[in-house]
Design a protein around this ligand. Sequence first.
Ligand SMILES: [Zn+2]
Length: 519
Amino acid sequence: MNGSTRSLSSSLVVVTFLGIILVLFPLGAQGFAQSEDDQRAWLRALDSLSSERMLADVTTLSSPAFNGRQAGSEDDFRSAAWVSDEFGASRISLAFVPYDRFNIPLGGKPNRRTGFMSKPHQAGIIGPEPTLQFSTARTPDNQRLGTDFLPVLDSPSAHARAPIVFVGYGIVDTAADMDDYAGIDVNNCIVLFLRGKPDHFKGTITHADKVRIARQKGAVGYLTATGPVLSSYELRRGVTGQPSAFYGLSPAPDNLPGAWISTSRAEQIIAGADHSNQGHLRNLQDQLNRASESRSFSTEYFGALDWESRQEQGALINVIAVLPGTDPQLTQEAIVIGAHRDHFGRQAGLLFPGADDNASGTAVMLEVARVLAEAGAHPGRTILFISFSGEEQGLAGSRLYLERPLVPTTMTRTMINIDHAGVGNGRLTVGVTGLEKNVALEAGQTAGCTDKLDVFGFFPGGDHVPFKEAGVPTITVVSGGVHPHFHQPTDTADTINPEILQTVARYVLALAWQLANVQ
Ligand SMILES: [Zn+2]
């Protein structure tokens, strides 16, 4: 018996069980559909979720045809059109977004409705074959792309040769009595700083802040690495020392060429040319984690960073579909089901397919829309389905939506975000803000997966964050356990587990139906 057959038969058991429960105990004010027809339609929807269809969608979106769906690129434009077509094919209405360039009628002729909400967007691309070399008086050492280093994706072109200076976490905050640059000159140097911050530092610091500080201090480039001492959260998330793709989000005037290097390469630099000081980086990080005193020093290494990068002008596109609410008392209100579609594209000559991140969440969102529409289910509140772009570039798509929400945020009861829904240990990590955790657990009962839920409070990072900031309650759904291909070129469709997609989809559908109908 394969996974999907097994989950299908278990879903039948749950559906039958639910049917009995609902006949015996109509949920009324607690919750679900208003009419028996709607209730039956919803159960049909739950039963018709197809892991095969979701896996096929993940495979399509993460195929080379979409070239990694980088926000602002032609590839992401095509992926937006594909999502729009999929919504259209499933008889769900595409939203009309007023004043959007893709929706404004031109020359008196209305365009075909696309559901697009867009704005101009610039995409940074690292050219092929970037190089990074470390050298001491004795040993020039070429680093391997992807394994030892990866340029930060919005890094400017790099042609830097300079001594490497270790600057701890790279933080300067006089109010917090913290100065990782105290007593050290980094002018015309390449700085090496650890990612994150020590627990005792209560201020906020972003990667872009660290780059700005390095530039102000006269650095000509930077290297960054995960320190060897990991927090329990990082361990749980399966954080490794490998370099990952990411955008530093430094504004152009503050930016510097930079690369993420592996923890082992950072350890090598800190250990010294004769490798005499093995374990020194771990000791330094332990000391930095205990007290704010600077541990910075000039290493024995030189670095050479060489690559070309370019900026391309395009459009950032969200795609929005609508399942209208039918309860006269609730139709002004909406819930949002969102998943980001964008990923990193092709960078440094490497394709980042983004199957788990986040073709998986996109496939789940499409499938939930599809089964609700095809079953003829009528939710009390309107359900908006939003395929966001630009998540990997500072949550640009969800921020765009909140600049022009189709339903006012005060009338948006909850935003459900699905991100990374395809790999892991079979459990679901659920982050809840602005709602009782019981809401998340109740949906687990309906979906038959309560024993698989790990419910937390705020889950950091993702398109739910701007909604939370706008005062909208949020529920984030991520497949539990380690995501070993996180932000790597190896995040491909063959690593996706369809049974996990099915569990996430059942849960999201139950959650959405509950939230769309609860009084
Ligand atoms: Zn990502």
